[in-house]
Design a protein around this ligand. Structure first.
Ligand SMILES: [Zn+2]
Length: 441
């Protein structure tokens, strides 16, 4: 089916253009041109007019753990290992397949409402098989959000049993899912060996080889906390990024999450190997992890996308929020207010996210997925607008509040209209979550 979107303004190449139309066919952007031209050539298309809305790309959340939305406010403001034991390890073993679905359904509904059109869910509560993974996929499809399932590989035996798999079983499950969803634009399966502290080196190597075989990215947490650096130095005589390089898994397929504790040599290696970074500034602040050296990584050639991380270590799950945070945190850490500007922050939350995940999202351009956000530029939080081209992006990054997000489109379909998620009744989501928490408590 063909649809023509005609927004009040269209954001393209750092400019806001009037009287433009975007033709969408089968969920993909087919043409962008003057409205009259597009309409004349496609009179059979349905026209959706956004008379009051400005169209910008949908945001891309490159790192999240959807089930953690259910743990929001549990063991908050506690040190990482206390939180891990009192929240994560206590509650996650209780989650059955339908609970995993509820957590993902809740997380994805909230994200979509706040303009996330693609999310990468780094998912590890497998519970022996692929049914829980498929519950996450089902939730994404029911909500209408695009999903990258970074399917975790985990063989450290100190964690709950439901996370753990052998290398053979994890590989088989990833391959089964990848085959099942091959050709589905709404779902991508990527291997994700958890980290150097939760996956063996053989498992990490296998995950990277699988990514090559499936032609996807390979996600891994890297040096989020100092303990990982101390561990790898003690056990291997090398720092985390050096060790990953030595075992041959550091390249343009690698999506390194966090990467807080890197020395100069590692910062250089990340660039030389063209690694992608999933950066989660709010989460790093919330957990007091530290500050990743973003300016140096960018200078060295690393592509940086933004992630919210799980909703219990943030505790918001909006990529617009992360755009603001990456800029503010890096400014104060470097005592330099020019270090990350609003255009760079906006690109990290949109087109860079697409590059990090290896899919055609985050840009309004022919051939890209038709994922958009329609913002109400008359919202109080976006005033004043001296000129669209000069004021809108800085206001979106630094001052916009979620109520300015009016409509959200994924794969050409309006999934949020006038601030309401179309396929989901928000009251039902809240009831489902309340019922589940009542049972777990
Ligand atoms: Zn994570």
């Amino acid at each position: 089916m063909k649809v023509i979107y005609k927004p009040k303004f269209l954001f393209q190449n750092l400019r806001f253009l009037e009287n433009k139309a975007v033709l969408v066919e089968n969920g993909i952007i087919k043409k962008i041109d003057d409205f009259e031209k597009v309409y004349f050539e496609n009179k059979d298309a349905k026209i959706i007019k956004w008379d009051k809305l400005t169209m910008i790309p949908g945001t891309v959340n490159v790192h999240n753990h959807s089930f953690q939305s259910l743990l929001r406010s549990v063991a908050t403001d506690k040190p990482f290992l206390v939180w891990r034991d009192e929240a994560l390890y206590k509650f996650s073993p209780m989650l059955k397949e339908e609970d995993i679905y509820t957590g993902a359904f809740f997380a994805f509904t909230e994200m979509l409402r706040y303009g996330v059109t693609t999310v990468s869910d780094f998912f590890y509560v497998h519970n022996d098989g692929i049914k829980s993974d498929e519950a996450v996929i089902r939730a994404a499809k029911d909500v209408g959000i695009r999903l990258v399932l970074a399917r975790t590989m985990y063989d450290w035996d100190g964690a709950p049993k439901g996370y753990q798999e052998t290398i053979e079983v994890a590989s088989k499950n990833i391959k089964t899912l990848a085959a099942k969803y091959q050709g589905d634009n709404m779902v991508t399966i990527s291997p994700a060996p958890h980290s150097l502290h939760a996956a063996s080196l053989d498992m990490i190597i296998k995950g990277h080889n699988l990514a090559k075989e499936l032609n996807t990215k390979c996600h891994i947490h890297v040096a989020e906390e100092m303990f990982e650096v101390n561990d790898t130095l003690k056990n291997h005589g090398l720092r985390p990024v050096e060790l990953l390089d030595k075992i041959g898994v550091l390249d343009e397929r690698t999506v390194a999450v966090h990467s807080v504790w890197l020395n100069e040599k590692e910062l250089r290696l990340m660039g030389q190997r063209k690694v992608n970074l999933a950066y989660c500034p709010s989460s790093n602040m919330f957990l007091a992890d530290g500050v990743t050296n973003i300016p140096e990584l960018i200078k060295n050639g690393v592509t940086v996308g933004l992630g919210t991380d799980g909703a219990c270590s943030n505790n918001r799950i909006s990529v617009f929020e992360e755009m603001r945070m990456v800029s503010l945190l890096q400014k104060v850490n470097n005592l330099d207010c020019t270090i990350i500007n609003y255009n760079e922050a906006f690109a990290m939350g949109t087109e860079n996210g697409g590059k990090v995940l290896g899919i055609q999202v985050g840009k309004i351009e022919e051939g890209y997925m038709a994922d958009f956000v329609g913002i109400d530029a008359d919202d109080l939080s976006l005033q004043p607008i001296y000129s669209e081209n000069q004021s809108l992006i800085p206001n979106i990054v630094y001052s916009m509040q979620p109520n300015a997000i009016s409509n959200v489109v994924v794969a050409g379909k309006e999934r949020v209209i006038n601030g309401n998620v179309v396929s989901v009744n928000e009251k039902d989501v809240v009831k489902k979550v309340k019922d589940l928490i009542g049972r777990l408590n």
